[in-house]
Design a protein around this ligand. Structure first.
Ligand code: ARG
Length: 467
């Protein structure tokens, strides 16, 4: 048991207590970020004349060699250390001797872990944003190829009005675009450095907090040392944004599952992205979409868990906060994996355009347009709504649809019907005339597609990474 705090104790820690308290099993993930933070701290200590330049160099070289040895598999992170911070410090002292004992000057594990977790999360915000961007590329590609792929639009899962595949996918483009905006906001709000807050009350050493903040690419230091060591808001926001991403993926998955069903047959999933049944030879199951939908539960769980952990915690640091890690790591891994697999599944899916168009023609998706036709010929909308309602009942009773009714029949419902009704309520017209901003009309969706292309050609991260 290698601990940093033996001095005050006359008895060894109980083994079970030690195991319960230790976090090395999961915080070893923070290795590289812990090294990054300690390197910046050591550099700053020398610039502020708190340690010598030679000591600083020895510490920095030592830290980097430990990190590299772990990454190359030459040094193992074992359970004998309480956490990643103890592991680094113990190994540093082993390598460079007493100078290593100076690294923790003016620092506490409280500001150290607050920093490590922020550095880790900041990178993951960028990685997840990158995954979303790749998913948007796939969605936009499918949109560009399907501006005239007709399909029914639904409300209450009942056929409502015809739309296009491009328009339907555009809805998801908007959702994931907002998700990226949220990540950008989170990045900008969290990008302040807690290092130098000490245990809770800062320190009497003349630390240069501006320097460490800028060495690690933060906008600046945090401004209240008690908040710095106990703020986990940024993790909660991040988990909330991951939850919303999961919710969007789950809705999309649900549609994929429905569209892939035998009844709908709108799409065929690629063999590489579907699975079979151990008993029913005919089956090709949408397991990936189902798993993406299912994993939403654990991401929401992480959010609820951390919100509950933080509720009622007095200032400043409390050990409860160690619970922020496992669930955050799990949510990050889960969401990254889900976006990646979902994008792969979408990009290999085949769309059965004829089946979709046929489905759009059935189910009276042109009934609103038929009513609008009568309105344009002078009938008030409420009357037109009633006339078309009666016509729909007639069609249902006689197993037909509006377009198949001869003009003489239509005239028995209203003498405003003329020969042009057939063109006016055709699938193509129903869609192409919808040209208000955000509507599925082909000319309108093409404008939106070029706006999305422009949007994807720039990246909020470029500005940040350049700094
Ligand atoms: N493993 C701890 C955590 O994750 C590190 C901070 C420990 N600080 C302390 N005062 N015990 O929160």
């Amino acid at each position: 048991m290698a601990q940093l705090w033996g001095g005050r104790f006359t008895k060894e820690t109980d083994k079970k207590v030690y195991d319960f308290n230790a976090s090395i099993r999961f915080d070893k993930r923070l290795l590289e970020r812990d090294c990054e933070g300690s390197v910046a701290h050591a550099a700053m200590l020398a610039r502020c004349n708190i340690i010598t330049q030679e000591e600083s160099t020895a510490i920095i070289d030592g830290l980097i060699s430990i990190k590299n040895d772990v990454l190359n598999g030459n040094l193992l992170i074992t359970d004998e250390y309480e956490d990643i911070h103890s592991f680094m410090e113990a190994n540093l002292i082993k390598r460079i001797g007493d100078t290593g004992k100076k690294l923790h000057t003016g620092r506490s594990r409280n500001d150290q872990v607050a920093l490590d977790m922020r550095l880790y999360t900041r990178l993951e915000v960028i990685f997840i944003d990158e995954e979303l961007k790749k998913l948007l590329d796939v969605i936009l590609q499918i949109m560009s190829e399907n501006t005239d792929t007709y399909m029914p639009g639904f409300t209450h899962l009942q056929k409502a009005q015809p739309v296009t595949l491009a328009h339907h996918f555009g809805a998801y483009f908007e959702m994931f675009k907002r998700d990226r905006d949220r990540l950008k906001d989170i990045f900008n709000r969290m990008n302040y450095c807690p290092l130098g807050a000490g245990a809770l009350a800062g320190t009497t050493y003349p630390l240069d907090r501006e320097l460490t903040a800028s060495l690690m690419g933060f906008y600046g230091p945090t401004l209240n040392s008690m908040d710095s060591v106990s703020d986990r808001d940024y993790l909660i926001e991040f988990l909330a944004s991951l939850s919303i991403i999961s919710m969007h993926l789950s809705r999309f998955s649900e549609e994929i599952i429905i569209w892939n069903s035998n009844e709908y047959g709108f799409i065929d999933l690629d063999d590489a992205f579907s699975t079979g049944s151990s008993i029913m030879p005919q089956k090709k199951n949408p397991d990936i979409a189902e798993l993406v939908r299912g994993k939403t539960g654990r991401v929401y769980g992480a959010l609820m868990s951390l919100l509950t952990t933080m509720k009622g915690l007095p200032l400043a640091y409390n050990k409860d906060m160690q619970e922020d890690k496992e669930l955050t790591f799990d949510a990050i891994d889960t969401v990254k994996n889900c976006i990646d697999l979902f994008a792969g599944m979408l990009s290999t899916t085949r769309f059965n355009k004829e089946v979709m168009a046929k489905s759009a023609m059935m189910g009276f998706t042109n009934a609103t347009d038929a009513a609008d036709y009568l309105v344009k010929k002078g009938m008030p909308f409420r009357d037109a709504h009633k006339v078309i309602g009666e016509l729909v009942v007639y069609c249902i009773d006689n197993g037909t649809d509006i377009l198949s009714c001869p003009l003489e029949k239509l005239k028995t419902f209203s003498d405003l019907f003329e020969e042009d009704i057939y063109k006016e309520i055709s699938l193509e017209t129903c869609v192409s005339k919808r040209l208000t901003i955000g509507a599925p009309g082909i000319d309108e969706i093409k404008k939106v597609i070029s706006f999305y292309k422009e949007y994807l050609s720039t990246d909020w991260k470029d500005n940040i990474l350049e700094q």
